[in-house]
Design a protein around this ligand. Structure first.
Ligand code: ADP
Length: 825
């Protein structure tokens, strides 16, 4: 068999034991009934049964089973006590009905059986009375109908004996679940001894004096000091002692019977009255003092709680009474005043408030009693160590039961830092007069509209903030187009789609519609506003009016297109002109060659011997013809360079030979001039990869310039050597002591058709093509040309060419005939 018993089984066991107790107590009560009385003096069995149900509160089914058990055991007790069978059964029914009624009323509507308040006590008394009425009625009827006794006597005796028993014993059933009020103390023993001792003495057989009231003070002591549990137990003890001893003929009530002629039922009734009085008095006091103790404990913990709340509050809290004295303040307030709390309580608030009234938004004042203190105040406080702090006060009144104002509670928050930050942000927003800054909530309702937004859009902030949504300023058609692109519904979402999707910002051009209907192009940067947890709380749009800029961009584009068109037209024209010059030059070359041929024939005497004068004229025809031919060659070469068709035929050749041949070709010209000529060509071959004819033309052009621009008496020098500074290059240097070139023209001399003013003024022949051809040929060989010159000092032209194998020359070219310039001066 299991040693562990279930709660259910334990209950049945306890119920069986209780029912046995009911039987025993019933038998005892019948036995102890006063001689001559039809009913028992006390019926504790009823109290026990009710106490058991109240203590275990087992639910309807088991309660019903227990009530039936009460019926059986009560009937059995009566039968055992010698009462007739039918009477016993009827008394059993009456007992069961009483228990059911009391328990039913105590637990009606799902209530737990309690004795925590006066209401609970009233309920216990009412239930006891109802139970007593039921037992009284049934017992009275039984006595009258079956035993021929008096209905009233039996009814009242049963009602009072049962009522007193329930009232005395049932509280124990409720009190078993209550915690002890405090630890046992010597006082408890003294009180127990007093109650039990006094009761024993009062109801002692030899004590005839009417001192039934004496146990009451002891019970009251217990009720006030020891709590409900002790009171319930002591009531039971007093009940058992007084009833048993009265039954045995002791105590004042039994004595009264012997002295006078009162009936045994009256003795019973007096005993019940004594017990009921003792029970109601002691229970009422116990309940009241328990309630008081609980209320005090609650109050104390509430005071403690509010103290902790006050002292941990970040706001300053000051309680001021009607006289203007500080009644209480918290730690934050004490910190603001710069003094400990105990030094401030009791002082006049006006004396300690460091208010600078000049800076206070509302200087305060007003009377607490009249309720004229403003409920909201802002003040600047000079606080030591913190400087001037801006405090916002919220005031509230405390009133007494009559509605009179007794205190003012001032709650202050230091908003200096928040105000400073807000002022700064507001200043920044307002300063942005050319930039529209618009804030919205998550649905697009405008929450911020700065001065710039007012300027750009024409709306006033007061007209739109909180009332209008963002679509107010947008072109609906444009929003629809963008919604199509994004594949979403048109609306505010179009503007914030990217940002809501996680992008930090999105910038694009939009058309804003002003209040007057005008349209402005703006560059709008949209971003999300997030709280500390990162959740979106709204959006911020920063828009710049770019209408002018966009218009200017369009205008610039149009101008650029026009210019490009003009350039294309001019290029085409230039090409036509070059083609024309090229073909004209070409056409001129053949007849000119023929003219030169005939002149040579005349010179050679093919048409007979010529006189001196004729020879001279023919020589002049020949010179000018050659000059013309050179010009034509330059023009043709220039045309090819222009068309990107400078054709070179590179091969390995010795630059010394090329230079020497150029020197010879200009010698006919130089020989007629009074010039010092110097030539310094490297004795070792200067191998390069180049087109000898083109290179000879390049050197010839440089030499003929030197001769042209150097007056008689000057010097012309030609040097060709490996480059000292660069082992992979050779240098050809042509220098003179002629008129020189101003610094400003150094770069321009290589431009086609450039001729210096000096050259023009002195009518020095030339086309302005020579140096541009020199540069094209030098660069075509992977080299370069530079000039160093000063006016009236002379000029030095240096050509640098890569040696053979160090750098490839320009792409191949077709062969060409290059003739040197000739001066006809
Ligand atoms: P051209 O000699 O036919 O005028 P070039 O292209 O050969 O054309 O030369 C351009 C200009 O550079 C010359 O008109 C002249 O002003 C200047 N120039 C060229 N070589 C010299 C030089 N050796 N001394 C002074 N000026 C020169």
């Amino acid at each position: 068999m299991s040693r562990v018993t279930s709660p259910r089984l334990r209950w049945w066991t306890a119920a069986a034991l209780t029912l046995a107790g009911v039987f025993v107590l019933g038998v005892t009560s019948v036995h102890f009934a006063l001689p001559g009385s039809t009913v028992a003096l006390w019926w504790p069995a009823a109290g026990l049964a009710v106490a058991f149900l109240l203590a275990t509160d087992p639910g309807p089914r088991r309660s019903a089973a227990f009530v039936i058990g009460v019926l059986v055991s009560s009937a059995a007790a009566n039968a055992f006590g010698g009462r007739p069978g039918l009477v016993s059964v009827l008394y059993g029914v009456a007992n069961a009905a009483e228990v059911a009624v009391v328990h039913g009323l105590m637990t009606a509507r799902g209530r737990l059986p309690r004795l925590a308040s006066m209401d609970d006590l009233w309920r216990l008394i009412a239930a006891t009375l109802a139970g007593a009425a039921v037992i009284g009625l049934l017992a009275g009827l039984t006595a009258h109908l079956v035993l021929d006794g008096s209905f009233l006597d039996s009814a009242s005796a049963a009602a009072s004996s049962h009522g007193a028993a329930v009232l005395v014993i049932a509280p124990l059933g409720i009190a078993v679940g209550i915690r002890r009020v405090r630890r046992p103390a010597p006082e408890d023993l003294v009180q127990w001894v007093a109650v039990v001792g006094v009761t024993l003495w009062v109801f002692h057989q030899d004590q005839p004096l009417p001192l039934a009231f004496l146990p009451i003070p002891g019970l009251v002591w217990g009720a006030l000091r020891l709590g409900l549990r002790t009171v319930a137990m002591q009531l039971l003890v007093v009940g058992i002692v007084s009833v048993t001893m009265t039954g045995l003929g002791g105590g004042p009530f039994a004595a009264a019977r012997e002295v006078g002629t009162i009936r045994p039922e009256t003795v019973g009734a007096l005993t019940q009255a004594f017990l009921a009085t003792a029970a109601v008095t002691a229970l009422a006091l116990a309940v009241a003092s328990t309630q008081r103790r609980a209320a005090l404990a609650e109050l104390r913990s509430e005071v403690e709680l509010s103290g902790v709340v006050l002292d941990t509050a970040a706001s300053a809290i000051i309680v001021v009474d009607v006289a203007g004295t500080i009644a209480r303040l918290n730690a934050t307030a004490a910190r603001l005043f710069g003094a400990p709390e105990d030094q401030l309580v009791g002082r006049r608030a006006a004396d300690v408030f460091p208010v600078d009234v000049r800076h206070a938004a509302s200087p305060g004042g007003g009377s607490i009693a009249d309720g004229t203190v403003p409920l909201h105040e802002e003040q600047d406080w000079h606080i030591e160590g913190l400087g001037v702090r801006h405090l916002v006060w919220t005031n509230a009144y405390l009133t007494d039961d009559d509605g009179r104002r007794t205190h003012l509670v001032r709650t202050g928050a230091d908003v200096t830092d928040e105000r400073a930050a807000r002022t700064f942000v507001e200043a920044v927003l307002e300063a942005a007069t050319a930039t529209a800054i618009i804030g919205t909530d998550l649905d697009g309702v405008i929450t911020l509209f700065n001065r710039g937004a007012e300027t750009v859009l024409g709306w006033r902030a007061a007209e739109v903030v909180g009332t209008r949504d963002w679509s107010l300023v947008h072109d609906a058609a444009e929003i629809e187009r963008r919604a199509d692109e994004l594949g979403i519904e048109p609306g505010f979402e179009v503007l914030v789609h990217r940002v809501r999707g996680g992008a930090a910002t999105e910038t694009r051009d939009w058309t804003f519609v002003r209040q007057d209907g005008a349209r402005r192009t703006v560059s709008l940067t949209m971003s999300g506003i997030r709280d500390e947890s990162g959740a979106l709380t709204g959006y911020l749009g920063v828009a710049e009016d770019v209408t002018r800029r966009r218009q200017a961009e369009v205008a610039l584009q149009v101008a650029l297109d026009r210019e490009r068109q003009a350039v294309e037209e001019l290029t085409a024209l230039d090409r036509t002109k070059s083609d024309f010059v090229s073909s004209v030059s070409h056409e001129l070359r053949t007849p000119l060659a023929s003219v030169l041929g005939y002149a040579e024939m005349l010179e050679d005497g093919a048409a007979g011997p010529l006189t001196e004068r004729q020879l001279e004229l023919v020589a002049r025809v020949d010179r000018n013809g050659r000059r013309l031919l050179s010009l034509i060659e330059d023009l043709l070469l220039h045309s090819r360079i222009e068309a990107g068709r400078l054709e070179l035929h590179p091969r390995r050749c010795d630059l010394s030979d090329v230079v020497a041949s150029a020197w010879t070709s200009v010698e006919t010209v130089t020989s007629q001039r009074e010039l010092v000529r110097e030539v310094d060509v490297s004795p070792r071959p200067l191998w390069i990869e180049g087109d000898p004819a083109a290179l000879e033309r390049m050197v010839t052009n440089l030499l003929s310039n030197a001769v042209k621009f150097t007056p008689d008496g000057g010097r012309v020098t030609l040097v060709a050597h490996p480059d000292d500074r660069c082992p992979d290059a050779v240098r050809v240097v042509v220098s003179d002591t002629g008129m020189g070139i101003p610094q400003a023209d150094h770069e321009r001399v290589f431009a086609r058709f450039f001729r210096s003013n000096a050259a023009n003024e002195r009518a020095i022949q030339g086309s302005g093509l020579g140096l541009s051809i020199v540069r094209a040929i030098a660069e075509g060989h992977g080299g370069s040309v530079s000039v160093d010159s000063a006016p009236d000092v002379g000029s030095t032209f240096t050509v640098s060419l890569p040696v053979s194998g160090s750098a490839g020359p320009a792409p191949a070219s077709a062969p060409g005939t290059y003739r040197d310039h000739q001066d006809d001066s």
